[in-house]
Write a protein that binds this ligand. Structure first.
Ligand code: ZN
Length: 443
């Protein structure tokens, strides 16, 4: 089951997938009786493309589900900066990465776009852990140097020092073998960075061709701070520093205008939509449908630990939920606070979690088709009680994903769509996970 577009679910039955020696798909075709496959999945098993988490803060791993009672600026200063500063202890960092990376693989996250901390050693250890466990990753040392908006004990000591550390971090990650783990230039966000550092990082990106990630128009406070400092939007400020490039990943972007969106599209940048953390910190619901229809690149992110859940399948569910709230309105006294027609369905959410994320990053993942990497997740749907009940009794009563164009065979369309919705939201059990054709998790 996979989503070749935001509006299309494909269900292919009894397929054989052939790979070359590098884990790239050379053919997908109906299986024949005389095929001798290296791996044969049970008849009930469902194979989906690997999930792509386009925004996750690795050093906040141990903070999941904690401290979400504060607004963004207080949350950062009271909880998050003190935690991240502790990653100066590289042994501590390594122990967290050892637990985190395999757990993320086990929930199907085959690609992760990580914020690390400001520490070069911890960041290099994160890249090494991803390489060791076989997770595709973009790993960014966080650059932050603004004396007024960062703690004294957790910032780059000067713009020059921050820039030099980011450059060394890129070189260190590039020295790891292969393309599986790549560096990404990571200014935390504009409030944390001086103009000089932002300018330097823009030049570093132009010089090296390394991708960029940052936060953009994340909350009313952050959006307003940038307006006050520059007199124009976060998007325009990032563009002025050379930080909007092809495949730049901008987390949140809740408060971008349509003009900002058009600017992002002109640069080839896109948004990591983080529905759960936006609920805590965004001060609004990001209008996914509105910007997708305009053609903006968009993936999904857990934003651990602004988002307390690390499962991308759960995040798909949250994307649908928040879009429903946006569509219907959130204030019982003000019906005008709604955007009719702005909901998305699970097909769109899952596309964002797979192919949408791959297109945002510019990688050949997100779809199981010829020429793409074999990043894939096998799911046993029979462990979901709802699934078993539905299929045994045949009581489907409509309401399946209206956007789906099931190709799974006569009479099965509704059941396949419903099965997809359940597993995309987290139903069933993940049994195997492959990255680049290599088995990285087995239950
Ligand atoms: Zn974030």
């Amino acid at each position: 089951m996979q989503t070749p577009s935001a509006k299309q679910l494909d269900v292919l039955v009894d397929q054989l997938i052939e790979l070359d020696g590098q884990g790239r798909i050379t053919d997908v075709r109906p299986a024949r009786a005389d095929d001798e496959a290296e791996v044969t999945l049970p008849q009930t098993s469902i194979l989906v493309p690997g999930l792509i988490d386009t925004h996750i803060h690795a050093p906040q791993w141990t903070q999941r589900g904690v401290g979400l009672d504060l607004p963004l600026d207080k949350w950062l200063n009271d909880y998050t900066f003190p935690l991240e500063s502790s990653f100066a202890d590289t042994a501590r960092a390594e122990s967290v990465w050892r637990a985190m990376v395999p757990e993320l693989l086990s929930v199907g996250t085959t690609t992760a776009v990580y914020y690390s901390s400001i520490h070069e050693e911890a960041t290099q250890a994160l890249a090494a852990a991803c390489a060791e466990h076989g997770q595709r990753a973009f790993v960014g040392r966080v650059a932050m140097d603004h004396p007024a908006n960062t703690p004294n004990d957790y910032r780059d000591s000067s713009p020059a020092d921050g820039l030099a550390a980011s450059r060394r971090s890129i070189e260190a990650i590039d020295r790891l073998t292969g393309d599986l783990v790549q560096p990404i230039i990571t200014p935390r966000f504009i409030p944390s960075c001086t103009d000089e550092l932002l300018t330097g990082l823009g030049r570093l990106a132009a010089e090296t061709g390394v991708r960029i990630q940052t936060h953009c128009s994340e909350s009313l406070w952050e959006h307003g701070y940038v307006l006050d400092r520059f007199g124009f939007s976060d998007t325009d400020a990032l563009a002025s520093f050379g930080l909007l490039t092809d495949h730049t990943v901008l987390a949140h972007s809740v408060h971008i205008s349509d003009a900002d969106r058009d600017t992002l599209m002109q640069h080839g940048a896109g948004v990591s939509h983080c529905p759960l953390s936006n609920s805590y910190f965004g001060d609004a619901v990001f209008p996914v449908r509105h910007h997708l229809d305009a053609g903006l690149r968009m993936g999904l992110g857990t934003d651990v630990a602004g988002g307390p859940e690390h499962s991308m399948r759960a995040t798909c569910g949250h994307a649908v939920t928040s879009s429903r709230m946006l569509e219907a309105g959130v204030d019982p006294g003000r019906s005008s606070w709604s955007r009719p027609g702005d909901r998305i369905d699970m097909t769109t959410a899952f596309w964002m979690a797979t192919l949408g994320g791959a297109e945002l990053l510019g990688i050949d993942a997100g779809l199981l088709s010829r020429g793409r990497v074999f990043d894939a997740v096998a799911i046993d749907p029979t462990t979901d009680p709802s699934f078993v009940s539905t299929n045994q009794t045949g009581t489907d009563q409509g309401g399946a994903d209206p956007g789906g164009t099931d190709q799974g065979g006569a009479g099965m369309a509704e059941s396949d769509n419903r099965r997809f919705e359940r597993i995309a939201r987290g139903g069933g059990t993940i049994t195997q996970v492959w990255v680049d054709g290599v088995l990285t998790h087995k239950r």
